[in-house]
Design a protein around this ligand. Structure first.
Ligand SMILES: [Zn+2]
Length: 327
């Protein structure tokens, strides 16, 4: 009996040692690794949420922030930025351009107020409109087909962005170049950006406009820069950029950049001629927008001529690639 008891103790001792051995060698590492793996998964998901999924959008009119799926946001940008009647390959190019522009801005620009990534002000970020707005503004029997077309431009290019040397590009775009796109060095960057050089705008028609100001109106618009402008003041164009746009002007002895004048006066382009007639100053502009990057009218014309969205993108952004899911 005593011997059997001792033998039982030995057996139990062996079982406990065996269980401890199993716990230390197999179960603990599994638990620890499991925790690490869970942490790694969480981090990955966090990154995906920032760059791959939701963005915080500031709606300027209501001064509120909405959180929105990136791909749904791109549909809203398309509604606001390109007519749905444009060719499908032009709409697809615009979707990839808008997605790239958005992700570049999220990564490189400072946040808006309320911690928002983007806003719906075209002078700051890019336009954004809701599906409800689109259907109401189209308001015709073809509205469902139009929505399906716009939606397919986004879903068929889902996750695609433009890169230069593997990095996201700053994908500027504009409505109509008036002949040649602008090299960005004449605008904000003041330095060469290899993929934003001047290329053929490809438009079939150039948008032309004449904007007329009385000298009093003009004086008020430029007052912040040219303080003594009067009826006898002179405006002289000093030089042009390589695309043929006005670069700098001398107004009453003050040298200002044409892009600054465009911002102050709201003229459509820096490709202009000036006409002074009595009390009036007339600006005859060709093209619409800053002229950098993709021309939307040119993209539509290229699509009409049989080019796909990748060819369109590669034309306007020199030396780039279109890549999927790299951000
Ligand atoms: Zn903004």
């Amino acid at each position: 009996m005593e011997y059997k008891y001792i033998k039982n103790i030995k057996i139990w001792y062996a079982i406990i040692l065996f269980l401890l051995y199993m716990l230390i060698c197999f179960i603990m590492p599994t638990i620890i690794n499991g925790e690490f793996n869970n942490k790694n998964t969480d981090v990955k998901n966090e990154n995906e949420l920032v760059f791959n999924n939701k963005i915080k959008l500031l709606l300027k009119e209501s001064n509120t922030v909405v959180e929105i799926d990136l791909e749904d946001y791109i549909k809203g940008v398309l509604i606001g930025e390109m007519p749905v009647t444009y060719e499908i390959e032009a709409l697809k190019a615009q979707a990839v351009v808008a997605r790239t522009y958005t992700l570049f801005k999220i990564r490189n620009a400072t946040k808006h107020e309320f911690d928002a990534d983007m806003c719906d002000d075209i002078n700051c970020c890019q336009a954004y409109k809701t599906k409800e707005y689109a259907l109401a503004s189209w308001d015709d029997s073809g509205e469902n087909e139009k929505w399906a077309k716009l939606e397919s431009a986004v879903t068929s290019t889902s996750g695609e962005t433009i890169t230069y040397n593997g990095e996201l590009i700053n994908a500027f775009f504009h409505a109509n170049s008036g002949g040649k796109t602008e090299n960005i060095k004449y605008l904000w960057s003041k330095a060469e950006v290899p993929y934003l050089i001047s290329v053929d705008g490809k438009e079939k028609e150039f948008r032309q406009e004449t904007k007329t100001f009385s000298k009093e109106e003009f004086k008020n618009l430029i007052n912040s820069l040219v303080h003594n402008y009067n009826n006898n003041s002179t405006i002289t164009i000093l030089d042009y950029t390589e695309s043929g746009r006005v670069n700098t002007l001398n107004i009453d002895g003050i040298i200002i950049e044409a892009s600054t004048l465009r911002n102050l006066t709201g003229i459509k382009s820096t490709n202009f001629k000036i006409e002074e007639s009595g009390d009036a100053i007339l600006f005859h502009t060709v093209g619409y927008g800053h002229g950098v990057g993709m021309s939307q009218d040119g993209a539509n014309q290229m699509a009409l001529e049989g080019n796909d969205y990748i060819s369109i993108i590669k034309h306007y952004y020199t030396g780039v690639e279109v890549q999927k899911n790299i951000y």
